[in-house]
Design a protein around this ligand. Structure first.
Ligand code: MLT
Length: 411
């Protein structure tokens, strides 16, 4: 008789964003005239940069000609894209990352989940709370946790609370962790890490033979000059960190799909016999077996991000969303709501007014303002009483949403 992976049954609720969509759809069906503005899931709304579109159109033409047609590409991604990434995103910032250490993929969400394939089942895992739910759910699916508590915390995981009191940066665990998930600029709080904070993590990881999974999907939104863009700006990180990056939020690729992961060749972890094994080799083996690479057309679109025109267009796109974030921050503050983030990130994290629970605020916002956000408690127990507003939308929608919220919630 066929059996299932019982670990899936530990996942109590649906994945956060489909769950929100379900509630919003029910509301929309019951209120067909409501003009709902969606500032929940961080999904981009503005068109792809012209440089990317032009490159992709040219690539489609090449696919239509026998002489330039491409079949399977290299599983790791085309060298011309990996070389541009290495030069622009890392070497230009003084980071020692080689093109051969970069793996092109179809998304950071997939990579942060799939990376667990190459790690053992007995690692002790640390996550911040609140946290991007994918890190927790993929560990639950892989059987790395026990059951969830009443509060929704899974047995066996180390939760590191991040709140206004600690400036949304976690303290180092007092116990030993083997795998640590860090995300900066942070989803959902919008917080960033200083060099000193990241150095403390790198030192901890090296002292404990731990690996840091560093999710830098929102790196392009950093506006302050002294904030690190990559963990490899920190000395020693090549010996303890894997970094995840994405074109989704940087260049509007959420529907186009392109991302990359850096696995330094200097990075090792222990085999059962006590020997050190290169993680690069395992990830390369995993990707060549289970993944056939990102399409040539999409990789050509991603390459155009690094052209002069592409760089300028991507900068304008990021600035557009950051201006939305500024408007959100300013308007909510004027309504007496405490706000965080939104300066180096496309997310504004707010304290719910009148001590409302996160989901109560979600319902009130939906019913009274027809605006959708994301309940902080959906990202973890310590997110209760907080709420996330995404800056990914048109200017018109952001302004209209803020008008509705400030009218209803002015304190
Ligand atoms: C979010 O809203 O947190 C993001 O859209 C999730 C993602 O990038 O997968």
């Amino acid at each position: 008789m066929a059996t299932i992976n019982d670990n899936y049954l530990k996942l109590k609720a649906g994945y956060l964003f489909p769950e929100i969509a379900r509630r919003v759809n029910a509301f929309a069906e019951a209120n067909p005239d409501a003009k709902i503005i969606r500032l929940g899931i961080g999904d981009v709304t503005e068109p792809l940069p012209e440089a990317c579109r032009t490159a992709m159109i040219k690539a489609v033409e090449e696919m239509g000609d026998r002489n330039t047609f491409k079949g399977y590409g290299p599983e790791q991604g085309y060298a011309w894209l990996r070389e541009k990434i290495a030069a622009n995103d890392f070497q230009a910032r003084g980071c020692e990352v080689d093109a051969s250490e970069i793996f092109i993929s179809d998304g950071s969400k997939c990579d942060t989940g799939n990376i667990l394939d190459i790690f053992g089942d007995n690692n002790i895992i640390a996550v911040t709370d609140p946290v991007y739910p994918v890190y927790v759910d993929t560990n639950v699916m892989a059987g790395h946790t026990g059951e969830a508590s009443e509060k929704g915390e899974f047995a066996g995981l180390i939760y590191l609370p991040i709140t206004a009191e600690n400036n949304f940066t976690a303290s180092l665990p007092t116990e030993k962790a083997d795998l640590i998930y860090l995300c900066f600029p942070n989803n959902p709080t919008g917080a960033v890490a200083t060099k000193e904070h990241l150095k403390a993590w790198v030192d901890y990881a090296k002292a404990n033979n731990a690996i840091i999974f560093y999710d830098a999907a929102y790196e392009a939104f950093i506006t302050e000059s002294n904030i690190p863009h990559s963990i490899y700006e920190i000395e020693g990180a090549r010996d303890c960190a894997i970094e995840f990056r994405s074109f989704s939020k940087t260049a509007g690729f959420t529907g186009t799909r392109c991302a990359f992961t850096v696995v330094p060749k200097t990075l090792t972890a222990k085999a059962a016999d006590g020997s050190d094994v290169e993680l690069w080799k395992l990830w390369n083996r995993r990707q060549s077996t289970k993944f056939n690479g990102v399409s040539y057309i999409v990789q050509k679109g991603a390459e155009a991000v690094y052209s002069e025109a592409g760089k300028a267009q991507v900068k304008a796109l990021v600035s557009f969303y950051l201006e939305n974030a500024r408007i959100i921050r300013e308007q909510l503050t004027s309504a007496g709501i405490a706000v965080y983030g939104g300066v180096n990130a496309p997310y504004v994290w707010l304290k719910t007014p009148n001590n409302l629970s996160s989901w109560d605020f979600f319902d009130k916002l939906l019913q009274n303002c027809n605006v959708v956000g994301t309940p902080g408690s959906g990202f973890g127990a310590a997110g209760e009483g907080y709420f996330r507003i995404s800056a990914f939308n048109s200017r018109e929608n952001v302004e209209e949403a803020m008008k509705r919220i400030t009218e209803k919630f002015k304190v």
